[in-house]
Ligand binder design. Structure first.
Ligand SMILES: Nc1ncnc2c1ncn2[C@@H]1O[C@H](COP(=O)(O)OP(=O)(O)OP(=O)(O)O)[C@@H](O)[C@H]1O
Length: 444
């Protein structure tokens, strides 16, 4: 039986997100919105841990805890959620025997780890960890990940749809990795929208020596390269009608012929396709073959855009930030400021995860630290005349502009110091000095 968790939280949004997350983690969550309700159930026992807000409508969470203790009630380990400025209460509670506390805004992953630890210490019946989520923590993405794992085991032909940059290739890789067999099977991706018809034909099916001008040697196409593994055809909706015919034939016959060749070559692949276009509409307008549509579309998986799953924005931002900070040696960065988090949540993310990754990469380069600010994340907050904090001194503002300009110049010249200095009209020595003064890391 899964571990039971007592959640005491009157805020409907916070309560629901905690309930959703802990349910996904495999806990059985009893959620109470008043101290009175919780008191009754806590008396019944059986909880592996309790999470309680301090501020509740009928009684403070700490008062509830202390009164139950005074009554001699055996309590599960308690973790308190405190607001800003309530640290003293939290510390007092720790002295009184509470297990831990988190201060808002807190990191949900951290809370999960704490609760797991406590539940395990209680009797080792914390639900088995399913592994780190890979596609996001939003309930829709957890369900999708679970579905992809099932589909992988079934080896079904999958069409992944979703806006550009939403993570379709990432999902295809997960599908591949979760599939049967060892890790040796190849995963080969090709973007059908990026190649002309004849190049795509050679890319997919390969060519024999002398098949066309420049074909000095025979070459295997991606169908052959992906033999025994997964072939990921991205932007399949962009394929020309002639290529659609050839692709359909290859799928139906499980056999291909290289361009300029005659020998049929059997292929055994798991085909995963993706598109950001509405394939059904393309079928209706006659641009996409209906038979191919059904062939590649045994199962369709839609990845929702990032703006439809706000939980994932800050989760991915934190992951990307940790990655980028490690790559760029910015150990001084301590995370996102509150304003930066708000700015990320307010943004519409038309470019989805790709845009988020770029915004974070850029911010890590620009940030003076110790926290990433909105101006580091978004260009438009960096314009002259728009200092991000009212009353910011001119010297400070000019310093930011100078720093951003140097960073951009370094980027534009691939980190080459001499060229960057020349483009800025200053000496290399001067550039070094400025970089040191402004805290710009030396490239490489
Ligand atoms: N689950 C994920 N974890 C980490 N990074 C991700 C994840 N999903 C997407 N990304 C990152 O976001 C970017 C875009 O992802 P991906 O190429 O998979 O999107 P896509 O939907 O296939 O894009 P397009 O439609 O343009 O082909 C990449 O930089 C990728 O590393």
């Amino acid at each position: 039986m899964s571990a039971r968790l007592c959640l005491i939280e009157d805020d409907p949004i916070m309560g629901e997100s905690l309930q959703d997350r802990f349910t996904l983690e495999g806990f059985q969550v009893d959620w109470f919105v008043t101290a009175a309700q919780a008191r009754e159930h806590l008396r019944g026992g059986g909880y592996a841990a309790a999470i309680s807000d301090i501020r509740l409508p009928d009684q403070e969470g700490d008062a509830l805890y202390l009164s139950l203790k005074r009554d001699g009630q055996v309590l599960p380990p308690f973790i308190f959620i405190t607001g800003h400025g309530a640290i003293e209460t939290a510390v007092q509670l720790l002295k009184e025997g509470a297990a831990d506390y988190v201060t808002k805004p807190f990191d949900l992953d951290e809370l999960v780890t704490k609760v797991r630890g406590l539940a395990e210490a209680q009797g080792g019946d914390a639900p088995a960890e399913e592994g780190e989520p890979l596609l996001g923590i939003a309930p829709a993405m957890r369900r999708l990940e679970e579905r992809l794992r099932r589909l992988a085991r079934a080896g079904a032909g999958v069409l992944i749809t979703g806006e550009s940059g939403v993570g379709k290739e990432h999902a295809a890789r997960l599908l591949h990795q979760a599939g049967a067999g060892d890790g040796e099977r190849p995963f080969v991706a090709v973007n059908c929208g990026a190649l002309t018809e004849s190049l795509l034909e050679a890319e997919l099916f390969g060519h024999e020596r002398g098949a066309f001008t420049g074909a000095a040697r025979a070459r295997r196409g991606v169908f052959e390269q992906a033999q025994g593994g997964t072939l990921f055809l991205d932007e399949i909706g962009d394929m020309s009608p002639a290529m659609q015919v050839r692709l359909l034939r290859a799928i139906q016959e499980r056999c291909i012929t290289r361009v300029g060749g005659e020998t049929p070559i059997p292929v055994d692949i798991h085909l995963v396709s993706a598109t950001h276009r509405d394939l059904r509409a393309l079928v209706e307008s006659g641009e996409f073959r209906e038979d191919l549509y059904y062939r590649i579309n045994t199962v369709q998986v839609r990845i929702p855009p990032l703006r439809e799953r706000p939980e994932d924005i800050l989760w991915f931002a934190a992951r990307f930030l940790a990655e980028a900070a490690a790559e760029q040696g910015r150990e001084d960065l301590q995370g996102l400021s509150g304003q930066a988090q708000e700015a990320l949540l307010e943004h519409h993310w038309p470019g989805n995860l790709r845009e988020l990754r770029h915004a974070i990469d850029r911010a890590v380069i620009l940030a003076e630290g110790p926290q990433v600010t909105p101006a580091d994340l978004f260009d438009d907050r960096d314009e002259p005349g728009l200092p991000d904090e009212a009353g910011q001194g001119l010297t400070d503002y000019l310093r930011r502009c100078e720093r951003a300009h140097i960073v951009q110049a370094l980027e534009a010249h691939g980190g080459h110091m001499a060229r960057t200095a020349a483009s800025l009209g200053i000496s290399r020595k001067n550039l070094w000095e400025k970089m040191k003064k402004l805290g710009v890391k030396a490239p490489g």
